[in-house]
Design a binder for this molecule. Sequence first.
Ligand code: N2P
Length: 353
Amino acid sequence: MKRSLMIVFVIVALGTVLLISGCGKKKPTLYIFNWSDYIDPDLLKEFELDNNCRIRYSTFDSNENMLTKVKSSTQSFDILFPSGDHVTILNELGLLEELDKSKLTNYTNLDANLLKMATSFDPDNRYAIPYAWGLTGLLYNKQYVPEEIVASGGWNILGDSFFNGINKITMLDDAREVVGAALIYSGYSVNDTSPEALAAAHNVLKVWDRNITQFDSDSYKNEVQDGTTWLAQAYNGDAVQLMQTNPDLQFILPKEGASMWMDNMVILKSAQEKELAYKFIDFLLDAEVSMRNSEYIMYPTPNKAAMEMMGEAFIQNKIINPDEEYLDKCYMIEYLGDAVRSIDQIYESIKMN
Ligand code: N2P
């Protein structure tokens, strides 16, 4: 055999061996869509290595934006992390896969009480696996906001005349959170859509809006550190993440109470990699993995086995784990059906101003 022919033969043979052994195969890819700053990135790498797959991870900053993308996107996701009310919305749209719990060997790690709570948005826990829960309050930088301004400890700090004309306050880009804060301040539940409750909340928001520069759920995290923003409506765990490295940042759980939410993992009916999606959810349900993740994201997990392993600093942190007495003043953001439109309208009119 001629030397060049021999080389061609070897290359073809090698290629065939590689193809048969599967090494030439494209790795399966899992598409995940989650809130920003809401997972320990090392865990993603570990899962990829252990399962010889790739993860394409994208983030969103509000349920509304997530929903718009999921409905309009040509690229389909496998796993989403919606809040409870949006689990119901996604399910009503027929987008969710009914879960086969036999594929989730670590499901029993979940706290039975929190699973029961989750039935308010997912009856019989058929579509969603609770992931983390938290509260929304106020984050401020004490370099810029004097102690006497925040001393009242209530939501109305947002309307304080100290902030008039200086454009240093942001609120979340989230209708339920913005109108919810005004509802709580006015003495109503975040789920109250009665005309009196909404009129009261709207009036409060008109006053707060004089101080609000933007409705944003992400850039405030840098801005509250560099002085662009002094005070921001923020999720408690995101605030604690920032406070770990910046001692000027403080967080207030407003004295009137706060909104509460539970975020979840769901698999889309249209998912291309369902088996891998189950594996990923089961991986995150492992007690040690879940404990590591919670200590990274700084949100409590509904994983009871993980909570039992959590370090003292996490457990003792009153921003993440407030007393029962405070939790009694908090309202879980619930699915409101069409009534949510009146909340959206108020939010849009405030945002437009
Ligand atoms: C994580 C945001 C928490 C989700 N960065 C609020 N539901």
